[in-house]
Ligand binder design. Structure first.
Ligand SMILES: [Zn+2]
Length: 141
């Protein structure tokens, strides 16, 4: 499925309130994009702002890559440490959402879906030339 945070509690609290979420979720993205072989785990800390939510991500997972030199498959741990602001979703903002740079939460459902953001951050982490080790000698002759 995905990683969806329940904002029921945070949205009733005053501005500046903080809530931590422990995450351990198996998420599958299209394999041609990134092949995760471990759950996404760690912590997401949300802070309520007057006009939105500030999120601090401290997560890790593992993905399978194919070495660009020897063509062997190997697994590599990926750290996901980043920050992002989210704004309350309204009808007018539906179009902006398509742009992909602005992220929203649903004040009606009181949910924050971070799956798409995590997908984008993971894709940024994919090495252009993945190597099983820096000393990889390539295909044996
Ligand atoms: Zn290799």
């Amino acid at each position: 499925m995905g990683i969806v945070l329940d904002l029921t509690n945070l949205l009733t609290k005053p501005i500046g309130s903080v809530e931590k979420f422990d995450i351990r979720e198996s998420v599958q993205f299209p394999k041609e994009e990134i092949d995760l072989v471990a759950p996404i785990e760690g912590q997401i800390t949300l802070t309520r702002l007057d006009n939105g939510i500030f999120a601090n991500f401290d997560l890790k997972t593992k993905a399978k890559f194919t070495c660009a030199r020897c063509l062997k498959e190997f697994e590599k741990e990926l750290d996901l440490k980043f920050e992002q602001e989210f704004y309350p979703e309204t009808e007018n903002q539906k179009e902006e959402k398509e742009e992909g740079n602005v992220f929203f939460f649903s004040p009606v459902k009181k949910q924050l879906d971070v799956t798409e953001l995590i997908r984008q951050e993971l894709i940024l982490k994919i090495p252009i030339k993945p190597l099983c080790s820096p000393e990889c000698q390539g295909i044996e002759k």
